[in-house]
Design a protein around this ligand. Structure first.
Ligand code: SAM
Length: 255
């Protein structure tokens, strides 16, 4: 990564719109992580969702605590962290759910390499990290699926265009949640914090009930509907969902 002084100098260029292309080129030249993201944008545009790898340890304590509470009675829960970035999310999940087996997936090979290093350094043998640009296929084996700050795009937040089509269309959101649904067990939990879309607008949502999250602040941001048009809303309160079926079914609140 470049030092702070280089970041500041390069950052100043971005204040002038006509210099933004030059700014992006300089960043790609100086910052290996930006080069990888640029390559993903060119070569895997059909798969790439949120390109930015921003993450942090214990980023959403209330969500992780909720998962720990809901899965406390499951002997060896299986958890998917889709878009796990540099590994902080699966590592945090392992702290909250030490009995779990956790699979972390990310499309970005640099993130995957770093995540593997961190997991190995922490000695967490129940976590596996793999490179993938789409949810796994196969049986519904996960008790919880985390897809946090992945079904969004920094440019939608920054520029808030009227339509999201050119940056990240609703169709990609709907397809991804449908694919995640296929690997989630009945009765399992889908954590969708940080999306630019509402789960309730998808066909997949008809099989789910929202789980109240009183300990978690509402999620604000810019939101788009199934027609790709910006919605006149500034936040959502629904970002955890339980798939109907399975044992110990809650009375669903429905939509
Ligand atoms: C903002 S980070 C979120 C990291 C973590 N989930 C969190 O909330 O802290 C978004 C991550 O999604 C990954 N990503 C984007 N598109 C993806 C795709 N199609 N498949 C898997 N990972 C993807 C990016 O590489 C990036 O690491």
């Amino acid at each position: 990564m470049p030092d702070e002084q280089t970041e500041r100098r390069v950052g100043r260029l971005a204040r002038w719109p006509r210099l933004q292309a030059l700014h992006a080129l300089i960043r790609r030249t100086l910052i290996p992580a930006e080069r990888t993201m640029h390559r993903l944008r060119l070569q895997r545009a059909d798969e790439l969702l949120q390109p930015w790898p921003v993450t942090a340890p214990d980023r959403h304590p209330a969500l992780f605590a909720l998962a720990a509470e809901r899965l406390a009675g499951t002997a060896e829960p299986r958890i998917l962290s889709f878009g796990c970035s540099t590994g902080e999310e699966p590592i945090t999940l392992a702290r909250y759910l030490p009995q779990a087996r956790i699979d972390g997936l990310d499309i970005n090979p640099r993130n995957v390499a770093e995540a593997r290093r961190k997991v190995a350094a922490a000695g967490l043998t129940r976590i596996t990290i793999a490179e993938a640009g789409s949810p796994p296929t196969g049986p519904a084996l996960y008790d919880a699926v985390f897809c946090l700050s992945v079904l969004r795009h920094g440019e939608l937040d920054a520029y808030q265009p009227e339509r999201c089509t050119a940056i990240l269309p609703f169709r990609r959101f709907a397809e991804t949640v449908a694919a995640l649904d296929l690997v989630l067990k009945p009765g399992g939990y889908l954590f969708l914090w940080g999306c630019n879309f509402r789960f309730a607008d998808t066909a997949t949502a008809t099989d789910y009930d929202p789980v109240p999250t009183p300990a978690m602040a509402l999620q604000d941001g810019v939101f788009y509907g199934p027609d790709d048009l910006r919605l006149p809303i500034a936040f959502t309160r629904e970002f955890v969902f339980r798939k109907r079926g399975g044992k110990g079914q809650d009375a669903g609140s429905g939509w």
